[in-house]
Design a binder for this molecule. Structure first.
Ligand code: ARG
Length: 459
């Protein structure tokens, strides 16, 4: 048990207490961030004359050798250290002796861990943004390809009006685009450096906090040392943004599961992204989509946990805050994994175009357009609504679609119908007539696709 703070104590820590308190089992993944932060810290200490140039060089060399050895596996991070900060410092002192003991001048583990967590978060927000971008590119490809893949649009899970698959994919494009914007917001708001805040009240050494912030790529230093060591807002924002990503992925997964059902049969999930049953040979299950839907709960749980952990903590640092790590690490890994797998599934999924169009026809999704036809021929809308209602009833009895009726059958219900009714209620016409901004018609979709393309190219 290697502890940094043994001086004041006369007894060894109880083993169970030690284990309960230690964080090395999970904060060991911070070694790179911890070393990066320490290198910036000593660079600043030397610039300020608090360390000599020689001490700085020895420390940086020592830190870099630790990083190298952990990277290539010759140095293992073991549980005998309380946390990653103790591990790095103890190894540094082993390697370079007395100069190593000066690393922690003007610093506390409280501002150190706040820095490590921010460096980690910044990297992960960037990784999440990239995965979201890849998903958006996949969606855009599908949008371009499926402007004439007609399908029913639903409300209340009842067939409502015809749309295209491009339009349906475009709805998810908007959702994941907002998710990316949230990632950017988080990055911007959190990108202030806590290092130099000490335990809670700054330090008496003449630290140049602006310089360290700059060395580490921050926009500047944080402005209150108590807040700096006890702010976990950015993690709550990240968990909230990831919860929203998971909610979107979960809705999308739910649709894939429905579309994959025998009754819908809109899609075929690639063999590489589905699984079989141990007992029922005919089964091809949408497990990936189901797991993504299920894992949303895990990420929401992390958000609730951290909000609850933080709600009663008085200023400034308290050990409760150590609980942030496992929650955030797990939620980040889960969200990244789900994004990557879902995108892979989407890239390989096959859409059953004719089945989708059939389903739109057979669900009377063109009934509104039949009413509009009558209105365009001078019938008041309320009467038109009634006439089409009777057409639907007739078709339901005969188990046919509106498009399958003969002109005589149409005329028997209203003499206003002429041969051009077929064109007016074809899926193509129903969609192509809808060209308000954001609607599924080709002209409207082409404008949106051009705008989304420009957005992706600019980001
Ligand atoms: N492992 C701690 C955490 O994750 C690091 C900070 C420790 N500070 C302290 N005063 N014990 O929050």
């Amino acid at each position: 048990m290697a502890q940094l703070w043994g001086g004041r104590f006369t007894k060894e820590t109880d083993k169970l207490v030690y284990n309960f308190n230690a964080s090395i089992s999970f904060d060991k993944c911070f070694y790179e961030q911890d070393i990066r932060g320490s290198i910036a810290h000593v660079t600043m200490l030397a610039k300020q004359g608090i360390l000599t140039e020689k001490e700085k060089e020895e420390i940086i060399e020592g830190l870099e050798s630790i990083r190298r050895d952990v990277d290539n596996g010759t140095l293992t991070i073991t549980d005998e250290y309380e946390d990653i900060h103790s591990f790095v410092e103890a190894n540094l002192i082993d390697r370079i002796g007395d100069a190593g003991k000066k690393l922690h001048t003007g610093r506390s583990r409280n501002d150190q861990v706040a820095l490590d967590m921010k460096l980690y978060t910044r990297d992960e927000v960037t990784a999440l943004d990239r995965l979201l971008k890849e998903l958006l590119e996949t969606l855009l490809t599908l949008m371009k390809k499926h402007m004439e893949t007609y399908m029913p649009g639903f409300t209340h899970l009842q067939k409502a009006q015809p749309i295209t698959l491009a339009h349906h994919m475009g709805a998810y494009f908007e959702m994941f685009k907002r998710d990316r914007q949230r990632m950017k917001d988080i990055y911007r708001r959190m990108n202030l450096c806590p290092l130099g805040s000490g335990a809670l009240a700054g330090t008496t050494y003449p630290l140049d906090r602006e310089y360290t912030a700059e060395l580490l790529g921050f926009d500047g230093p944080t402005l209150n040392s108590m807040d700096s060591v006890s702010d976990r807002d950015y993690l709550i924002e990240l968990l909230s943004a990831m919860s929203t990503v998971m909610m979107h992925l979960s809705r999308f997964s739910e649709e894939v599961i429905i579309w994959n059902s025998n009754e819908y049969n809109f899609v075929e999930i690639d063999d590489a992204y589905s699984t079989g049953s141990s007992i029922m040979p005919q089964k091809k299950n949408p497990d990936i989509a189901e797991l993504v839907r299920g894992k949303a709960g895990r990420v929401y749980g992390a958000l609730m946990s951290l909000l609850t952990t933080m709600k009663g903590i008085p200023l400034a640092y308290n050990k409760d805050m150590q609980e942030d790590k496992e929650l955030v690490f797990d939620a980040v890994d889960t969200t990244k994994g789900c994004l990557a797998l879902f995108t892979g599934m989407l890239k390989t999924i096959k859409f059953n175009k004719s089945r989708m169009e059939e389903s739109a026809k057979n669900g009377f999704t063109n009934a509104t357009d039949a009413a509009d036809y009558l209105v365009n021929h001078g019938v008041p809308f309320r009467d038109a609504h009634g006439i089409v209602g009777r057409l639907v009833l007739y078709c339901l009895e005969k188990k046919i679609a509106l498009d399958d009726m003969s002109l005589e059958e149409f005329k028997a219900i209203s003499p206003v119908f002429e041969e051009d009714i077929y064109e007016a209620i074809s899926m193509r016409t129903c969609v192509e007539m809808r060209n308000t901004i954001g609607a599924p018609g080709r002209a409207a979709m082409e404008d949106v696709i051009a705008a989304e393309e420009a957005y992706l190219a600019a980001e």
